[in-house]
Write a protein that binds this ligand. Structure first.
Ligand SMILES: Cc1cc2nc3c(=O)[nH]c(=O)nc-3n(C[C@H](O)[C@H](O)[C@H](O)COP(=O)(O)OP(=O)(O)OC[C@H]3O[C@@H](n4cnc5c(N)ncnc54)[C@H](O)[C@@H]3O)c2cc1C
Length: 432
């Protein structure tokens, strides 16, 4: 299948995430035909997925139609397509809706949940990388509580009211905090027949401290905030197994639970076909300092998928939105340089700092020269997230939701739209 325009070199971008969008925007009005393929017709703002999962935001506040992002961009086309294979020798990709050829291919597919090969954990726990997965989690949390209401067996009732978040990175910390807020402010009045005080939330982290990539000060404060909210934080705790009823950690210790949320790791979202590429730890593809995949001349990788060693980041860049955004922008400029027979420029990451929120008035912010926590950090966190949300409507709706939630102590979207049934999840229907 030929792309629509053939006059100019064809740049095929796989993935409309943070990196893919910035790259395509940089190519606006340039002498290239851009085709973007994504398995979803929308961009997902992953940093706020946990708010969808805990009833704080509607899913369409954090999803934005990709066609709308590029509605005024000439020589840009978009297709909803799952890319299944790359054929580098034929310069084309195979998708579920047909084949597409390219002159330059950019992989911006991000990452996917890493269960480290543990099939039972994969089957029984709840990942959170996509909007459908966040909605599954929201349904499961509410379904467990509805079931707990009518459950006679005290042990099963306790399991239904126990939630274990695995992985104490920003996602795990934010999810555990949001669950605790849901418990303390909302569920207590929603379920007067349940003794909500007996609902337990655990956060299990394998390393020495939660928020390990942050400063020690931020980690300690995040732990304190979580414990104030009633979360049981367990560091140096490695999960070995989960069978749907009992999670086993540190080899012999156990918690009985019907709700395990898995935020313990990600790996690059690889597409088969690049046999010459070097795949490193975490399933990332090794690139040169200007994002060209090593051993290929016309294929590039950006964002979470790309592994680039630099002096400042000898083991690769962190898997965060800013890296993807900055690499997308720079690759846009570099592709034009390459087309003009100019030397591409090396990528130099500008680290704007890290932040995580734990709950109402509680967040931690690590900037290069300033680390702060508490209310001002929470305001900063909200401001930055609103700034980077795609689309004016999404910004406005999210801000309005936050204001209402803040003053009413409520979370308006605790609805079970589609019942979650694990047994119906097959390879084909599982949310990607
Ligand atoms: C729950 C969560 C919370 C996070 N919180 C933060 C945060 O607070 N701050 C921060 O900086 N970062 C955060 N991150 C990380 C950040 O979201 C990623 O670093 C960023 O999304 C990477 O951008 P990307 O462009 O590489 O990929 P993505 O934004 O993941 O985009 C990849 C796109 O590729 C598409 N795709 C993948 N494979 C295929 C295929 N085979 N065919 C077609 N399309 C495909 C996907 O549908 C997706 O649209 C968080 C991530 C998660 C999961």
């Amino acid at each position: 299948m030929k792309n629509k325009n053939t006059q100019f070199p064809k740049v095929l971008i796989i993935g409309g995430g943070f990196g893919g969008i910035q790259l395509a925007k940089k190519l606006k009005n340039k002498e290239v035909d851009v085709l973007m393929l994504d398995r979803h017709n929308y961009h997902t703002f992953q940093p706020l997925l946990y708010q969808v999962a805990t009833g704080g935001l509607e899913p369409d506040s954090i999803a934005f139609p990709l066609r709308k992002v590029f509605k005024h961009q000439k020589r840009f086309n978009f297709r909803v397509a799952d890319v299944l294979q790359i054929l580098p020798n034929e310069k084309k990709v195979i998708t579920d809706i047909g084949d597409y050829d390219y002159d330059y291919l950019v992989l911006a597919t991000g990452s996917e949940t890493n269960f480290f090969g543990q099939k039972e954990i994969e089957h029984f726990s709840m990942p959170m990388k996509t909007v459908p997965e966040a909605l599954n989690m929201r349904s499961l949390i509410l379904q467990n509580l509805e079931e707990a209401l009518i459950e006679k067996d005290p042990i099963r009732k306790e399991a239904l009211m126990t939630f274990v978040v695995v992985g104490g990175g920003p996602t795990g910390v934010e999810t555990a905090g949001a669950l605790a807020e849901l418990k303390n402010h909302v569920l207590v009045s929603d379920y007067p027949e349940l003794d909500i005080a007996t609902m337990k939330i655990f956060l299990l982290e394998g390393s020495e401290r939660v928020l390990e990539p942050f400063s020690e000060q931020a980690s300690a404060k995040a732990k304190e905030f979580l414990e104030d909210l009633g979360v049981v934080v367990m560091e140096k705790t490695r999960v070995n197994h989960y069978d749907g009823d009992t999670i086993t950690y540190n080899t012999t210790e156990k918690i009985t639970t019907k709700g395990v949320i898995w935020s313990a790791g990600v790996k690059g979202a690889l597409i088969p076909g690049l046999d010459e590429a070097e795949i490193v730890r975490g399933g990332r593809i090794k690139t040169t300092n200007y994002n060209k995949i090593v051993n290929y001349n016309d294929i590039f990788a950006i964002g979470d998928l790309a592994y680039m060693e630099t002096k400042e980041f000898p083991t690769g860049h962190p898997g965060v939105a800013q890296v993807a955004i900055q690499q997308g922008k720079q690759l846009g400029d570099n592709l034009i340089r390459i087309l003009n027979n100019e030397k591409p420029l090396d990528f130099d990451y500008f680290d704007k700092g890290s932040m995580a929120t734990v709950g109402r008035n509680k967040a931690v912010v690590d900037l290069k020269y300033w680390k702060f926590q508490g209310f001002f950090a929470w305001l900063t966190w909200m401001f930055i997230h609103l700034l980077f949300l795609v689309g004016f409507r999404n910004k406005a709706v999210t801000l309005m939701n936050w204001i209402i939630n803040y003053f009413s102590y409520d979370r308006g979207t605790r609805v079970i739209i589609r019942k979650f049934n694990r047994e119906l999840m097959t390879e084909e229907t599982v949310a990607k």
